[in-house]
Each structure stands twice: as structure tokens, then as C-alpha cells.
Design a protein around this ligand. Structure first.
Ligand code: PTJ
Length: 247
């Protein structure tokens, strides 16, 4: 293990890198996950490595969608599993969602490593291994889902998703809550709710909002959703990245 002094100006970022490296060593994260992480870091650096106000609002809206959902599912890939397993389990518990492992570079070994990893971090049931459903319009491996999981979900949380699958899930009529640091990515652009924030900050903040909104009525939750403008949220994030006013 490496020791990073907490006083280091890039403490959080170094810790995150270390988790992704460990993820690769433990067969959880793909090598491409390292590249994805680097890309995400660049956007996070430009955002000031913080949750901008428009992202905080999107996280609250996402919490409202999850609380109203009939069958919410949180999709887990190799990056998220390495970065924030507990945070995912906590969000799933707070909103009554299923966790489903769904990989871009799917192999049986990685599927199983991720399922065990989530169980070690408190998950009871983890979906994804049955793979008896398909997302139409995608090549075989990426299309595999559980029919009683993502296959029949009405609301899906998709962190760090690839654009094609995000689009295909949208075409299935699912509400997509996408966490992606790049507001110009196709996943963010096709999302019902684009959350332009680091997944390590976004998930706990969604859980906090879900707990705050727990007693809210259906009307109150719907009002939060109706007031949200996805286009405006993407524009606010792009302005923040370009160094415009953020607050
Ligand atoms: O584990 P697998 O096989 O499912 O593969 C997962 C990756 C992430 C490798 C795969 O989905 C992929 O290649 O993704 P992309 O196309 O590189 O897209 C990743 C997106 O997530 C990019 O837009 C990054 O900016 C963004 N991103 C990276 N790290 C984070 C992030 N967004 C939020 N939080 C992060 N920590």
C-alpha cells in the first residue's frame, strides 16, 4: 500500500488513482478504465474538483426520480466498483434500488470479481450474472442484462457509461440518470438527468438528498422533477469548465 499525506494538495485525486490501480490489479477494473479515469480527472480538474451548484441540483432531481420509481436499478461497472462500492450499496438501500453489474468489456471473471467485491462491501443481492435479457441494437456482450434487473427497470443510474449503450437504454424508454464528468459526452447529452460530477462525490450526495426527501409527497417529488432543465444543467457545467461564473 502507498501512503499519501493528507496535506498533499492532490490528496483526493491521488487516492482515487490508487483505488483504480488496485481495481485493475484485483481484476475488477479494465485497463480501459485507467484511460477513462484519466479523462474524467481532466474534466474534474477544470471543474475545480467540487460539486457545482447545477450538479447538486441534478443529484437532488435524480434522488426524486429514484424515490418515485417502480423499479430503480443502479448499473455498476469496473470503475465505479473500484472507486465507491459502499457508496453504491448505500444509495441502493436509501432508495430501494437493485444493483446490477453491467460491463462494457464483459468477461465472466470480472463479473464475478465485481459481484464478490460488492458483497464484501455490504450488498445483499447483486444482479447481472443471469444475463437473460438483451438491450436491442447493441453487440452481444454489451447488450447483456438481467430481465428482472435493468431489463425491466423504469429508472436506471448509469455512471461512466459509454454513449452507445446510454442511447440504447434511452430508446428502451428508460429514465436515465447519468453520472459523467464530461458534459459533452453522448451519455450526458442523452440523459434524462445529466449529473456532471465525480461519481465519488455524486453518489453520497444523491443518498443525502434521498434521505432528505424521504418524507416528501409524490406531488413534491414531481415538482422537483418538473422544475429541472437538463439542457440548462449541461450548459452550466460547460460554463464552469470554460471558467465562467459558477455560483
Ligand atoms: O468496467 P467496464 O468494462 O464497463 O468499462 C468501463 C469504462 C469506463 C472503461 C467504459 O465504460 C468506457 O470506456 O467509458 P468511456 O467511454 O471512457 O467514458 C467514460 C466517461 O466517464 C468519460 O466521459 C469520463 O470523462 C467520465 N469519467 C471518468 N471517470 C469519472 C467520470 N465521470 C464521473 N466520475 C468519474 N470518476
Amino acid at each position: 500500500d502507498i501512503e499519501i499525506p493528507e496535506s498533499h494538495p492532490r490528496y483526493q485525486s491521488l487516492l482515487t488513482r490508487h483505488r483504480i490501480e488496485e481495481g485493475v490489479e484485483n481484476g475488477i477494473t479494465s485497463k480501459q478504465g485507467l484511460i477513462a479515469q484519466g479523462r474524467g480527472e481532466a474534466f474534474d480538474y477544470l471543474l475545480g474538483e467540487r460539486t457545482i451548484p447545477s450538479a447538486d441540483e441534478a443529484e437532488r432531481v435524480a434522488a426524486a426520480y429514484l424515490l418515485l420509481a417502480d423499479h430503480p436499478v443502479i448499473s455498476v461497472n469496473g470503475n465505479v466498483a473500484a472507486l465507491c462500492p459502499e457508496e453504491m450499496v448505500e444509495l441502493a438501500e436509501a432508495v430501494g434500488a437493485d444493483l446490477e453489474v453491467n460491463l462494457f468489456n464483459r468477461t465472466d471473471e470480472r463479473m464475478e470479481a465485481i459481484v464478490s467485491h460488492l458483497r464484501e462491501h455490504g450488498a445483499e443481492e447483486v444482479k447481472g450474472l443471469t444475463a437473460d435479457g438483451r438491450i436491442p441494437g447493441l453487440d452481444h456482450e454489451r447488450a447483456k442484462v438481467d430481465s428482472d434487473g435493468i431489463g425491466s427497470a423504469d429508472v436506471v443510474v448509469v455512471p461512466l457509461e459509454d454513449g452507445d449503450r446510454a442511447e440504447a437504454l434511452g430508446e428502451m424508454g428508460k429514465t436515465e440518470l447519468v453520472i459523467d464528468l464530461n458534459p459533452m459526452s453522448r451519455s450526458a447529452q442523452t440523459a434524462t438527468v445529466p449529473i456532471v460530477d465525480n461519481v465519488i462525490r455524486a453518489l453520497p450526495n444523491m443518498t443525502k438528498h434521498a434521505r432528505d426527501l424521504n418524507g416528501a409527497s409524490r406531488e413534491e417529488l414531481e415538482a422537483i422533477i418538473d422544475a429541472f432543465d437538463a439542457e440548462a444543467a449541461l450548459e452550466a457545467a460547460e460554463r464552469a469548465i470554460r471558467g465562467g461564473d459558477i455560483d
